[in-house]
Design a protein around this ligand. Structure first.
Ligand SMILES: O=P(O)(O)OC[C@H]1O[C@H](O)[C@H](O)[C@@H](O)[C@@H]1O
Length: 311
């Protein structure tokens, strides 16, 4: 049998938008659109889609695409004077053919490097020169790794907030719980961004949620009982975690989101919001999010969050 190789291919996606398709030896894959540097698909080695993309998503600039992993930069949400979630998700990025080296060995991964540099028009909106490099990599086991490196190429400092706005695909939101955020403080965006403390239990969903958990552990688990699947979420350089589900009322109000789709998605987002990041000239910041999807049979048919979180 011919040896399977990891592959990276540039091709056309919805509406002729450029996308890069990453494939790994055991069959997992990921798709990254140059529009927004947005991961729009992540499939395991059985070909099952792990990310949610709305059936009503609009693949047309200048609006951000509803689903996948949009990048919120240089502003998360409405925490500043820029448009909601900043402009990085509305820009066409380029393939970076000569990125500065990474300290880790990437020879056994399918990956692509993308870059965003501001134009003169962008500079008018946010008057700072920077280079934003994103590496999207798929590990041999199907793990999806996103690494952002943002460098200040200006002569004055700048400050930003950031999030990997990850839309997970779930069987039914009422069957899902998050482990790893209990007892933490959070800002509740539905209550004037006021600060509260989460109670001791795992987080479950029965109404709209829009919270920014502050200084979370680096590892979080999203357990989907019906699918018998656990997403394990690791992050680095991104102290906070946003959790969002619009529920029925807000779903109906969003033109690019189906009325019932809130049942099948959950956003959990590695973020830096509470303490904005400041970069001096020539300084670089790095923020990483790593996702894996583990079948529950991994734990002998039992979902054992302690093992998932500590393992
Ligand atoms: O509709 P968007 O601009 O993509 O934002 C979608 C959502 O993103 C985040 O999760 C925010 O916390 C929410 O407040 C916001 O509604």
């Amino acid at each position: 049998m011919a040896e399977q190789r990891a592959s990276v291919e540039l091709c056309k996606g919805v509406n002729g938008l450029d996308k890069v398709v990453l494939k790994e030896v055991r069959g997992s894959s990921a798709e990254v659109y140059l529009y927004g540097a947005q991961v729009m698909s992540w499939k395991n080695d059985h070909g099952e889609e792990l990310l949610f993309v709305s059936s009503k998503a609009i693949f047309k600039p200048p609006k951000a695409i509803r689903g996948g992993i949009p990048i919120c930069f240089p502003q998360f949400g409405s925490h500043g004077s820029l448009e909601q979630h900043g402009f990085a998700r509305n820009k066409v990025w380029s393939i970076d053919t000569d990125p500065p080296p990474f300290p880790t060995n990437s020879s056994n991964k399918a990956f692509v490097d993308l870059i965003l540099k501001p134009t003169d028009d962008d500079y008018k909106i946010w008057p700072h020169w920077f280079e934003f490099r994103l590496r999207v990599a798929l590990g041999p086991g199907g793990d999806l790794m996103l690494t952002s490196r943002i460098r200040n190429t200006d002569s004055k400092p700048f400050t930003f907030t950031f999030a990997y706005h990850t839309y997970f695909s779930v069987s039914d939101i009422s069957e899902v719980r998050i482990e790893g955020l209990e007892t933490l403080d959070y800002f509740d965006s539905l209550r004037d961004k006021e600060r509260f403390t989460e109670q001791g239990d795992a987080i479950t969903f029965e109404s709209e949620v829009d919270k920014i958990y502050i200084s979370t552990p680096t590892k979080i688990a999203v357990l989907d009982h019906e699918k018998k699947r656990t997403f394990v979420f690791r992050k680095d350089g991104l102290p906070d975690a946003v959790v969002w589900n619009p529920w029925d009322r807000k779903a109906k109000a969003m033109p690019d989101f189906g009325d019932d789709e809130y049942k099948h998605m959950l956003c959990v987002e590695a973020a830096a919001v509470e303490k904005p990041i400041t970069l001096k000239p020539r300084e670089e910041w790095k923020g990483r999010q790593e996702l894996s999807a583990v079948p529950s049979s991994y734990c002998s048919g039992q979902l054992d969050p302690q093992r998932v979180l500590l393992g």
